[in-house]
Design a protein around this ligand. Structure first.
Ligand SMILES: NC(=O)c1ccc[n+]([C@@H]2O[C@H](COP(=O)([O-])OP(=O)(O)OC[C@H]3O[C@@H](n4cnc5c(N)ncnc54)[C@H](O)[C@@H]3O)[C@@H](O)[C@H]2O)c1
Length: 496
């Protein structure tokens, strides 16, 4: 209710040169009265039966390539069964917006708290059925997403798609087992692969690129010097504006290749093919690209949204355990930001690094980036744990800790600063359970970490604003922290 299905369906159908069919409208014609009147005269149960018959008939013999379905129709098992033969698109709308549009106007939208409960109850069902998710249902956005929705049919079965929107660009994010090696292409033209030695050896042959440039693995390769080598290799290979870069690898390759794509001939498209958990749940989305300088992490970089992301969770099978663990730090961070169902699953430890987890994390990040691409406000929440995490990486020359490991420690410091001892304890247990450090190497001087924090590239007016947690799902940004409190929070990391 209130997601904008009718107008989105019209826009999608128009892009296909067709007219959309709305199940509620067809139903009203069949019933000979409005749904509201039928509800009043016959009750919800009778309505649901009539709706089930009507919607099943539409799904069995669709009169149009685009159907918009009543919000409750998916509560029928028969309907859900028939949907398996169609591409199901979910318009992801928050409760506030949905209520604004539908509140008071539908039989099940009379009472705000009942409405919210209904949405929360149906949410997991919608998620489980959706082949594709649109985070914005504006007509133009829907129209532009149609080719990517159609391409979903060429991806391996079970692949899901999210249409990402940001101020500077929109792109499809495909998450599916077996995407690498399936021959699925998110865009035409020549693709030039940038990868690292490890990933190149494992997956390079499965990606047909016009050329391949291979860098050394690991954070220490994320430098301007490596970027120069890559840029020269792309030039030698003849990449031009008809082609694109394919970033095949973890966050290091993604950030570096994305940066090269952004500056090469003032910008060519990049397709991100993330192969680590860090990259699949976080770094491949949102368009932040760049390299490190000795003075600071990610000190040279630009925003450059990918033109597509292809995340294949099956690639995580070859990831060394310690790298997988590093990814869990970003998962836990994302779950703290998202709250709700994701936090519930992560804290219960019932969750595995699979398609659904990657998708849930990607959706969380993409929703934040859609609201604030350039860190003006909401996006700073994604920085949770990163201010101290980056400082730890910087003072240890990017060699002592993996990025995810440093972020895990940074999360603990952020929770100390948030005055959340119980949550800190719980997060420490979650990190430890995934094999992540919860104690800073005592050889590291906390004062140096604090000093490096002051050089964080996100400082404004000489002040570094912290992302702090009020509760899972409620992250405050730009919070000023007293130097003594910061010192104490970092020192606490060294306590056994
Ligand atoms: N741009 C962003 O928004 C953003 C967000 C988070 C992190 N990052 C960046 O990401 C980087 C960390 O990324 P990372 O943790 O993926 O590190 P990484 O790219 O260094 O990969 C970790 C290691 O795993 C290997 N590897 C990758 N995929 C593999 C696979 N499928 N099988 C076997 N080995 C594989 C790599 O060769 C490497 O040795 C940091 O530089 C961080 O700043 C960026």
């Amino acid at each position: 209710m209130g997601a904008g299905k009718t107008s989105a369906a019209r826009a999608a159908a128009a892009a296909l040169g067709a007219r959309a069919v709305d199940s509620d409208q067809v139903l009203e014609e069949r019933l000979g009265c409005s749904i509201e009147d039928y509800f009043v005269s016959h009750g919800e149960r009778a309505f649901r039966e009539a709706e089930e018959d009507g919607v099943c008939a539409l799904l069995e013999a669709p009169p149009s390539p685009v159907l918009s379905l009543g919000g409750g129709s998916i509560t029928s098992e028969r309907v859900r069964g028939l949907l398996a033969g169609h591409t199901v698109v979910l318009l992801d709308v928050d409760e506030e917006t949905a209520w604004r549009r539908a509140g008071g106007r539908r039989p099940l939208a009379r009472d705000r708290s009942r409405f919210a409960a209904l949405l929360a109850e149906r949410g997991p069902l919608y998620d489980s059925l959706a082949d594709a998710v649109l985070l914005d249902s504006a007509r133009d956005v829907v129209r532009r997403a149609v080719p990517a929705l159609r391409a979903l049919g060429d991806a391996p079965p079970g692949t899901r798609m999210v249409w990402a929107t940001a101020a500077s660009g929109e792109y499809p994010v495909y998450v599916g087992n077996g995407l690498i090696g399936s021959g699925f292409r998110a865009r035409g033209g020549e693709g030039h692969v940038v990868t690292d030695e490890t990933v190149g050896a494992l997956y390079g042959p499965a990606i047909a690129g016009a050329s391949t440039v291979t860098i050394a693995p690991g954070e220490t390769a994320k430098t301007l010097a490596t970027a120069q080598t890559v840029l020269e290799a792309l030039a030698e290979a003849g990449l031009d504006h008809d082609g694109h870069v394919i970033a095949l690898g973890g966050g290091v390759v993604g950030d570096l290749a994305g940066f090269c794509a952004a500056v090469y001939q003032r910008g060519v498209p990049v397709v991100q093919v993330p192969t680590t958990l860090v990259a699949q749940v976080d770094s491949a989305y949102g368009g932040k690209t760049g390299v490190d300088l000795p003075q600071g992490k990610n000190y040279a970089g630009v925003y450059h949204q990918p033109s597509a992301v292809l995340a294949d969770p099956r690639a995580l099978a070859t990831l060394p355990e310690a790298e997988l663990a590093a990814g869990w730090a970003e998962v836990i961070k994302t779950a703290l930001i998202a709250g709700g169902a994701l936090w519930k699953r992560v804290r219960a430890r019932t969750v595995e690094a699979d398609r659904d987890l990657v998708l849930a994390c990607a959706r969380t990040k993409l929703a934040v980036v859609a609201a604030d691409e350039r860190d003006a406000g909401a996006r700073q929440s994604l920085n949770l744990g990163h201010t101290v995490g980056h400082a730890i990486e910087t003072v240890t020359g990017y060699a002592r800790y993996r990025h995810g490991e440093a972020v895990g420690l940074g999360l603990l410091a952020a929770l100390t600063l948030s005055a959340q001892p119980a949550l800190r304890e719980e997060v420490a247990e979650l990190l430890a359970a995934r094999g992540l450090p919860t104690r800073l190497d005592p050889a590291i001087d906390p004062a140096e970490v604090v000093a490096a924090t002051a050089r964080d590239k996100k400082r404004r007016g000489g002040r570094v604003g912290f992302a702090l947690v009020e509760a899972p799902g409620d992250v405050r940004t730009g919070v000023a922290v007293a130097p003594d409190d910061l010192r104490a929070a970092v020192a606490e990391l060294e306590r056994p």
